[in-house]
Design a protein around this ligand. Structure first.
Ligand code: SF4
Length: 352
């Protein structure tokens, strides 16, 4: 386990962020918030996928009214995402927002920020300050010569300081760039300067395939430094894919243990079994398992038995057959077509 950076703990509805709490996964709806039914339905899908909290855009007063209706229909903590208009932040708080995502510097005046901070403090609702490379102030861009990590961090510190000076300290921070190295550097730099919990992600990461790679590299690298308290994978895709990817990143980093983890070999000239087909079938069937366990699906007797023995369950392939392992012991030698069924029969029997 990584040594986690010590951060302040904030509470978002029923979920804690920071202070050593488990790293959480969040996503954002992409329905029109004014369409209450569609938004509720998407939030339910995100919840089912394992999302810990959901952000919803509150882009105008109709959306602020809808936010209240949505709040009444779902249990998961909801974050109201607001830009520029302080009255929308106040409305969202009245409607039961569990967290606000605002940038104090864009709200317009100190008195308006103060009003939001006072209302949030009264309701014990934290605020996330989000700094993106695409929306840095002109003054910072000029001072640092572009959206470099130093400029991103300076912007985040300025935003946090505005709230700190008002006595509002439950502030989560995100510093995101579409450039992975800049995001990593900026998060490391910020973590050295402030103890606010960090919401980590790569902004505008891209479509499902490359966006997943960029997010995994960036978020994974930051988490590996012990930094990061909640994550959001930003994909040009169904938000459910963001949640599944986020959970997989946490699983791969050993920061959350849930469901099955598949270990499978890349296949090579020694493979004499349909290993790709077997691994895909095992992964598909294992996706419904809730208990954390490791399943190894290996192609031959070179590395196969070793990995299969280390895992909770394993298959080591031969020529048209495979050896089934459980907790390091050989269970049986089976024809290829029986392997997956027998593996899951074994898992189910052990779960009973
Ligand atoms: Fe090749 Fe065997 Fe290694 Fe798979 S486990 S890649 S089949 S040597």
């Amino acid at each position: 386990m990584y040594t986690r950076n010590e951060t302040r703990c904030i509470t978002v509805g029923s979920v804690k962020i920071g202070g050593g709490s488990p790293v959480t996964v969040q996503s954002m709806t992409n329905t029109d918030t004014r369409d209450v039914q569609a938004t509720v339905s998407q939030i339910q899908s995100l919840t089912k996928a394992g999302c810990d909290m959901v952000r919803v855009a509150v882009q105008n007063s109709e959306a602020a009214v809808a936010f209240g209706d949505i709040r009444k229909q779902v249990d998961i903590p909801l974050i109201a995402d607001i830009h520029f208009r302080h009255n929308l932040a106040l409305r969202a708080l009245e409607s039961g927002a569990d967290k606000l995502r605002i940038n104090p510097g864009t709200i317009g005046s100190v008195s308006k920020v103060r009003e939001i901070a006072a209302a949030a403090l009264e309701r014990k609702v934290p605020i996330r300050v989000g700094v993106n490379s695409g929306s840095l102030k002109k003054e910072l861009l000029e001072r640092f010569g572009g959206p470099v990590p130093e400029a991103l961090v300076e912007s985040a510190v300025e935003e946090v300081d505005i709230l700190d000076e008002m006595g509002f300290h439950d502030v989560c921070v995100s510093i995101k760039s579409s450039r992975v190295p800049d995001t990593i550097t900026a998060n490391i730099m910020f973590a050295k300067r402030r103890n606010n919990p960090l919401h980590v992600g790569i902004t505008e990461a891209g479509t499902l395939s490359y966006g997943t790679i960029k997010s995994s590299c960036g978020i994974g690298a930051i988490l590996a430094m012990g930094i990061g308290d909640t994550i959001r994978v930003s994909l040009t895709a169904d938000p459910v894919a963001e949640v599944l990817t986020g959970l997989s990143i946490l699983k791969a980093m050993k920061l959350r243990s849930m469901g099955a983890e598949l270990i499978s070999c890349p296949t090579c000239g020694r493979t004499e079994i349909d290993l790709i087909g077997l691994a895909e079938e095992v992964e598909r069937r294992a996706s419904s398992l809730k208990k954390p366990l490791v399943i190894a699906v290996m192609g031959c007797t070179v590395n196969g038995p070793g990995e299969a023995r280390e895992a909770d369950y394993g298959i080591a392939g031969g020529k048209g057959f495979g050896i089934l392992f459980r907790k390091g012991k050989v269970v049986s030698k089976l024809p290829e077509h029986e392997l997956v069924d027998r593996l899951f029969a074994l898992i189910e029997a052990d779960e009973e």
